[in-house]
Design a protein around this ligand. Sequence first.
Ligand code: DOR
Ligand code: ZN
Length: 421
Amino acid sequence: MIIEGRIVNRDAIHDAQIAIDDGYITAIRKQGLNGERKIEARECLIFPGFIDLHAHLREDSSHKWDYKEDFKSGTAAALHGGITTVIDMPNTPLPGISTDRLIKKKELARKEGLIDILFYGGVSESNINTIAKMQKEVVAYKIYLAETTGGLYIRDDVLPKAIAAVEATAKPLVIHCEDQRVIEKMHESLKVNLMDHSELRPEEAELSAVKNVLAAASSDTKIKIKIDIAHVSTYRTLDLIGNNFHCEVTPHHLFFTKKDVQANAFLKVNPPLRSEENRLRLLDAFKSGKIDFLVTDHAPHTKAEKAGGLSDTPAGVPNLDTYGNFVAWLIVHCGVSPMLIARACAYNPAMFLGLQDRGSIEVGKRANLSILDLNKRVKIRSERLYTKCKWSPFEGYEFPGAMRHVIYNGSVVMEDDESPI
Ligand code: DOR
Ligand code: ZN
C-alpha cells in the first residue's frame, strides 16, 4: 500500500509517499512508489499513529463495568479519534494490582481490542512489596494520591517507598496528584461551597501532592525514574515541576472551565476544571512545548450515572472518539504546530514508554498512521460515537477537522464515514 500526502514528524513536515508492507513502513520517497492500493491524502496531515497514555477502558475479568465500556467499544472509539495505541489505567472493579489480574486483562484485550492495549500496574498499599513481580505484564506503573473512581490510592507517607519500588523495576511511573488530606479538610470545612467541585478539590490539593512527589523522588539523591504527572489541571503545577518530571494535559482542561461545570454537571472531572485564565495559561504552556503529552483521560460513565447532579455524579468524561477533532481545533484555532502534535500525541509517549517501534513515520517503524483532514468541519453528535456511553463533553460543538483514515499495523482500520456539517 502507498500513502501519499503531507507527512508530519516531530521535527519536520514534508510531502512524500509512504510504502507499507507486512505491517511496517518500508520506504518513504518524494515520488515513484507503486503499490496494490494507493491512498491519496494530499490535502491532509499524516501523523504517526496517536498514542494515548491515559485511558480507562473499564474492562476486567469481573466484567462489572463492561456496561460503561469494554476493550472492544473503547478501542473502536480510540480508532475513531486516530489513536492506535492506548494505555489502560488500573482502577477497575478488580484493580490491576497483581500479575494474575493483569494476565487476565491482557488476554481479554488481545481477544477484543482493535488496536494495541498496554497496561499500567497499580501500586496500592497492599502490593508495594510485590510490584516487581508484575513487571512483565505492564509498560509502566500508576499511583493515585487521592480517592477517585475505583478507590485505588495510597497515603503520602508510603509514597517514598512506592516510588523506590517502581524505580527498582526500571519502568516509568504516572502519578495522579491530588492530596487526599487536603480534599478531606475541604469536605470538613464549613466555608466550602459543596456545589463547587473545584473548591472541594482545589488547586492546592494538586500542588501539595506534586510537592510530596518532588520531596519523595529527590530524597533519593538523584531522580533516575521517569515520572509523569497525570492530567495537570493548574499551570502552577508546571512552575513547580520544572524539568524534573514529565506531564500530561487533557482536552477538557484545555477547553472547558469551572463555569462550564456549573452549567453542566456532566463535565465533573478529577482533578477539576479551573478558571478561564488558568485554561489559557495551560494552552500557552502546551503551545510552547512545556507539556509533554496530550492524553484523553477517557473516563466513560453512563448518561444515567452522569445525570445524578454535581454532588452524586461520578467524575470523568469520555474523550477517545473526539481526540482527532480536538487536535484539529488545536492546530486551526489555537495555532499549535502540527510538529508539536506529532510530539505530544505520538513521539513523546512512545519515548516515555520505551516503545522503539512507533511514534514517528520512518522506514522500519510499525505502519500506524493517523490521517487528519483539516478541510472537513464536523459537529460532534452522540449517535456517531463508538464509546459505549454514547455521549461526549463536546456534543454540539463544531470542530475544524476529523480523522480521514487510520492505518494500524499496515491495514486501513478506519475510513472516514462522517459527513461534514
Ligand atoms: O475524572 C476522573 N475519572 N478522574 C480520575 O482520576 C478517574 C476517572 C475515572 O476512572 O472515572
Ligand atoms: Zn484517569
